[in-house]
Design a protein around this ligand. Structure first.
Ligand code: GUN
Length: 304
């Protein structure tokens, strides 16, 4: 039986460790403060931001959500960011991605003060990551590292294969695993014989955003599989393909008319991997935990 890496449980550990630090900040000065900016009405983004704001509140942190219409201009968005940059009671600013096409995303990421950049997306903080110097780190890959470490998965010397080269997950994930002394391969849509490269992995990270694309032939028996994908499936034929060996997925589809699936085929992953992260309940909760950790750290530095 494959071991399930329980992201909810590790999230709770991390949040419990943050609670006394938040209480101390609140007692000495003020609670940490997070500003979340959400542009447009992408339902997934709305859900993510709501979840981030809710977790802040549960921890006794201050949080604000700024919703802006899809029609917002880059200059208007930059002005809102500048306002949060100046605010003394805001320690962290996050701009939920993706932004509408007409917005200059790079200008937006550059506008967030690096010491309030709790997503770790500012080019200065990306440079700090490359140099393995302290700075806020991108939340999803940082969460994967916490999950691997706290689950006592050996990383030093391991073959790690990452599928996907995004700025948000694939690239920072590669650097973090490299700094932890893994041998790292980054794959993408042009990689030759992807299944064979993936089968080299002791640790396989799937982060390319294609539902249940990674099937049994990609997974070395006993490998640790980290599934970063979150895809909502509302097509019955696709749901049936995904439910092979994972009947709970079809039951969820029947009940709700759609089902969440990662980038790895859930039945194949459970059958072949040695350990894996489920979707939902794997990597997702860790992303939120690391956002909270980054916000607390930024507040501690500011108020020290
Ligand atoms: N979109 C997908 N993942 C993330 C994330 O970690 N932070 C932000 N701001 N947007 C995202």
């Amino acid at each position: 039986m494959a071991r399930i890496l329980d992201g909810k449980a590790v999230q709770q550990q991390i949040l419990d460790e943050l609670k006394p630090r938040i209480a101390r900040l609140a007692a000495v000065r003020r609670p940490p403060g997070l500003a979340a900016i959400l542009v447009g009405d992408n339902p997934a983004s709305q859900l993510y931001v709501a979840s981030k704001v809710k977790t802040c509140r549960e921890l006794g942190m201050h949080s604000e959500e700024l919703r802006l219409p899809d029609s917002v201009t880059t200059d208007e968005l930059l002005a809102h960011i500048e306002h949060f940059n100046q605010r003394g009671d805001i320690d962290g600013i996050l701009v939920q991605m993706p932004l509408p096409k007409h917005v200059d995303s790079r200008a937006v990421l550059l506008a967030v003060r690096p010491d309030k950049d709790v997503d770790g997306f500012h080019p200065f903080n990306v440079g700090q990551l490359v140099a393995n110097a302290p700075a806020p780190r991108a939340c999803t890959p940082a969460g994967v590292m916490e999950l691997l470490k706290r689950s006592e998965i050996p990383i030093a010397g391991a073959e790690a294969v990452i599928v996907g080269r995004s700025d948000i997950v694939g690239k920072p994930m590669a650097l973090m695993l490299l700094h932890a002394h893994a041998t790292v391969t980054v794959c993408h849509s042009k990689t030759r014989d992807l299944p064979a490269v993936c089968r080299r992995a002791d640790i396989l990270v799937a982060a390319m955003g294609r539902p249940a694309f990674i099937t049994a032939e990609f997974i070395r028996p006993g490998a640790v599989v980290v599934d970063v994908g979150i895809n909502r499936i509302s097509d019955r034929a696709e749901a049936e393909r995904i439910a092979r060996g994972a009947p709970a997925k079809l039951a969820a589809f029947e009940k709700n008319g759609s089902v969440l699936v990662g980038d790895v085929h859930p039945g194949d992953m459970a059958a072949v991997a040695g350990a894996y992260t489920p979707v939902p309940g794997g990597v997702g909760p860790l992303t939120i935990a690391m956002l909270m950790a980054n916000t607390v750290e930024c507040a501690e530095r500011r108020l020290a």
